[in-house]
Design a protein around this ligand. Sequence first.
Ligand code: WTA
Length: 661
Amino acid sequence: MSDGQVTSQTLLESLMKEERRFAPPAEFRANAWVNDATPYEEAARDFESFWASHAENELHWFKPWDTVLDASNPPFFKWFSGGETNICYNCVDRHTQSWRRTKAAIVWEGEPGDSVTLTYQDLHREVQKFANVLKGLGVKKGDRVSIYMGMVPELPIAMLACARIGAPHSIVFGGFSADSLRDRINDAQAKVLITQDAAWRRGKPGPLKPIADQAVSQTPSIEKVVVLRRAGDAFPVEMTPQRDYWWHELMATADRDCPCEHLDAEHPLYILYTSGTTGKPKGILHTTAGYNLGTHMTTKWVFDLKEDDYYWCTADIGWVTGHSYIVYGPLSNGATTVMYEGTPDYPDKDRFWAIIEKYRINVCYTSPTAIRTFMKWGTEYPARRDLSSLRLLGTVGEPINPEAWMWYHENIGHEKCPIVDTWWQTETGMILITPLPGYVTTKPGTATIPFPGVVADIIDENGEPVAANTGGYLILRKPWPAMLRTFWGDDQRYVATYWSRFPGVYFTGDGARRDEDGYYWVTGRVDDVVNVSGHRLSNIEIESTLVAHPAVAEAATIGRNDAIKGQAISAFVVLKAGNAPTEALKKDLRDWVAQKISPIARPDDIYFSADLPKTRSAKIMRRLLRDIAEGRILGDTTTLTDPGVVQEIKQRYITEGREEG
Ligand code: WTA
């Protein structure tokens, strides 16, 4: 933790001693959507009827379903088979048929200080027009549309327009490199790319269109590119005739009416790429109805959304959190969802609190990394602003350490707001382990219990459930509506990744323990995925990128403890003969990874090593490398370039019985 020396084992032990309890405040409880065990009991009694009753009451259907859960071909589960709906209809159209027509749907705050409010009627108009733009560019039901944008209101408009016509979108986070964008477009075989000139970041335009151009020069499937003008004169861009079109020009002449396609419940909604345990990012496929239901119910109950709330999720829509909890979940509920374009430290380190003050935000959902950064900056920033409108706080993305939880509780929630620590994944689509804030007593550091209808467990190597307070693998025993359906174009890998290690159950890749109250303490990944500032990265992908550098023979990366980012990346690099282990080369290698994958993948430290410690079966001993990077062995790591040193450590470790299996 603070000294970076604590192993996850001792971290876990200190977490387990947590004795603070926070029961829902009485007034909060009295007004909450859920304030007793009823939904848990209903779901436990009849899991399918539980989901079906909410699907019926909370969503619009063009045609009712025949089967709630079709489990005839596991693990290829289908939800609401035979039903027809459209998530865009549920998020937009239906709200224009009531008084909500004039309600703010999206409240957007630009980094330079400009702002836009779109009512549901505005959103309806813009989405229909853009859906017609897409049709005009040749996009048909089933065609994929890639999106590479910053946090602008046109991004949810584009997503909803795709959903409306049944064209799965594939959003690529604006911080990814041209190579990463190219690979994702090629995997999805997208027909159209939507991008923007540049995105505002700390007062400067961060280029998007030039990166998109680089990518598109190697993506034969892309026929047309739509470019939003955001930075304008501050960032002139080149347009390729016959291929590139300005958003505003296409919209100026677009027809305003575009009815929603009646889509099969299992029609693909989107593909979102995430890092796995191998080098190649996986295209997680989410489909229509189950995803809509899962994000709708969790948004309503976990954030206890009220009609007049201003709800703000600080994530980027390039990640799943933004998909589910900025766009689809809140809009399906007819909520007002706030979106912010820029960074938390521009123009000053109180920007988040200024936004809460400005819009009188009621519910705020952010990440532990952001909270730890705010802790580092100091309490004077939140203290400057009026945060009294807040009634509920949330976190997601990584385990939250109790100190950060308490800091959030005291300095942002002023000790009156419940905190929902929500565990879920890109794959799960929806929050799965979380307190319901009007019912569940929280403890700092635990995501508490599974959402009603979610059946989780913790098992050992042999698939046996473990006793209380014993570590094991977090798994899910039953399908849930918003679950991923497969990897785009790779059913086999989907089965191998999630459903093979323990037959019949979904393997999350996370380790966890359950305490004596049945609360889940998620401790982090047990696979080769690193979680840096809540961003998922793959060791193998970074290693392969390093090895692609002309000076590198071999590389191994690990995630080491980091007080702010949760984990930081240490890379151990063996150079090819003739290359000197210089500081300049270290910098070059760090920049290389940033350029090839993304700045978020840039290794924090590089160790030149004469050799990599491997097990007898040639597996890299990551645990040993982690010990080195966290300073538990070898004070002076420069000696790693001496071949004897690695041999010696390795010998010592193997004889001490710490060889990894
Ligand atoms: C981690 C983000 C502990 C976990 C929605 C998971 C968490 C991975 C929590 C998924 C939490 C997410 N407590 N760990 N509340 N939330 N994680 O796909 O390791 O970007 O497997 O989805 O983040 O990351 P992803």
